[in-house]
Design a protein around this ligand. Structure first.
Ligand code: AMP
Length: 285
C-alpha cells in the first residue's frame, strides 16, 4: 500500500493509474477509522480498480470552540486497517501541505448548508465543501464514497459536484451501527460509560418516528414532537434538533410524502452525536 504525504506524489501516482485506464475510488476521512469507514473502502474496492483513502483532520470545518485539538488520531492503526481492506493508496497530508498559505477561496452550498448542522455549526459546511473540492482536484476523476451517517454532508457534496461539474460520481453508503443501534463515529470514544449507555436513544427515536409514519402519521410536527420527546426523556441527552425533511432536497415537507429523512442531533456531555434514518412514506389508498 502506498502512503503519500504530498499532493505532488499522490497526483503523480493517480495520473499513472488514470493513464493505464484504471478506475479510481476515493474515500475521504478524518481518520480514527472504524467499521463505518471500512464499509466505504470495501464498497470502493468492489466497484473500482484502485482505492484511495485520504486521512486529514480538516481545521477549516471546526469552529474555534470545537474539538479540533482533541479529535482522536492514530495514523499507524488507520494504515493497518486500510491494509486489511486492501486499500491501494493512502493520502495523509499535514495541515501545511493542504493549507500552505492563507485561503482566500472557499466553496459554500447555499440553503442546503444553512439548516440543521449548518445552523448549529455556521462555518462547518463551507469548510467541508472547500476541503472536498481540494481533494477532488487532487484525486481527479473518481467515484467518491460518503456515508449516509453525515446525511446533510452527503446531500451538499452531491449538489456541489453537480453544480461545479466536478468529474466525480458521489456514492452514498448505508450507516454502520453498533449492535445496540448507536451509529459508529470516531467521536464515540469521547463518551463516558453512562453517556455511551444513553446514546442509542437517538436510534430509538428515529425508529419510533419511522414506525409512526408507517402506521399512518403524515404530520411532520407530530413526528418531530414524538422523536424530540424520546430524546428529551433521556436525562443525559440534550436535544439539538429532531427533523423530518424531504430526502433529496432536505426541505420541510408537510404533510409527509415520498422518500423522507428523519434526522436528530443531541449532546451527551461534551460530545455531539448525529443520526438519521430514511423512510418511504406509504401512498394513501
Ligand atoms: P469522518 O472521518 O467522520 O469525516 O467520516 C468519513 C466518512 O465516513 C464520511 O463520509 C462519513 O459519513 C462516513 N462514516 C462515518 N461514520 C459512518 C458510519 N457509521 N457508517 C457509514 N459511514 C460512516
Amino acid at each position: 500500500m502506498e502512503v503519500h504525504e504530498t499532493i505532488a506524489s499522490i497526483r503523480q501516482s493517480l495520473l499513472e493509474q488514470h493513464q493505464a485506464g484504471r478506475s479510481v475510488g476515493f474515500v475521504p476521512t478524518m481518520g480514527y477509522l472504524h467499521d463505518g469507514h471500512l464499509s466505504l473502502m470495501a464498497r470502493s474496492r468492489a466497484e473500482c480498480d484502485v482505492t484511495v483513502v485520504s486521512i486529514f483532520v480538516n481545521p477549516l470545518q471546526f469552529a474555534p470552540n470545537e474539538d479540533l485539538s482533541t479529535y482522536p488520531r492514530d495514523l499507524d492503526r488507520d494504515l493497518a486497517s486500510c491494509r486489511t481492506i486492501g486499500v491501494d493508496a493512502v493520502f495523509a497530508p499535514d495541515v501545511n501541505e493542504m493549507y500552505p498559505e492563507q485561503m482566500l477561496t472557499s466553496v459554500s452550498v447555499a440553503e442546503l448548508g444553512s439548516t440543521m448542522e449548518g445552523a448549529a455549526r455556521p462555518a462547518h459546511f463551507t469548510g467541508v465543501a472547500t476541503v472536498v473540492t481540494k481533494l477532488f482536484n487532487i484525486v481527479g476523476p473518481c467515484r467518491a464514497y460518503f456515508g449516509e451517517k453525515d446525511y446533510q454532508q452527503l446531500a451538499i457534496v452531491r449538489k456541489m459536484a453537480r453544480d461545479l461539474d466536478q468529474p466525480v460520481t458521489v456514492v452514498g453508503c448505508p450507516i454502520v451501527r453498533e449492535p445496540d443501534g448507536l451509529a459508529m463515529s470516531s467521536r464515540n470514544v469521547y463518551l463516558d460509560e453512562d453517556e455511551r449507555a444513553a446514546a442509542p436513544v437517538l436510534h430509538r427515536a428515529l425508529q419510533a418516528g419511522a414506525a409512526t409514519i408507517l402506521a399512518g402519521e403524515r404530520s411532520a410536527p407530530a413526528v418531530r414532537h414524538l422523536m424530540a420527546g424520546i430524546v428529551e426523556a433521556e436525562p443525559l441527552a440534550q436535544l439539538d434538533y429532531a427533523e423530518v425533511v424531504d430526502a433529496a432536497t432536505l426541505r420541510p415537507v408537510d404533510p409527509l410524502a415520498g422518500p423522507v429523512r428523519l434526522l436528530v442531533a443531541a449532546r451527551f456531555g461534551r460530545t455531539r452525536l448525529l443520526d438519521n434514518l430514511g423512510v418511504e412514506v406509504p401512498a394513501r389508498g
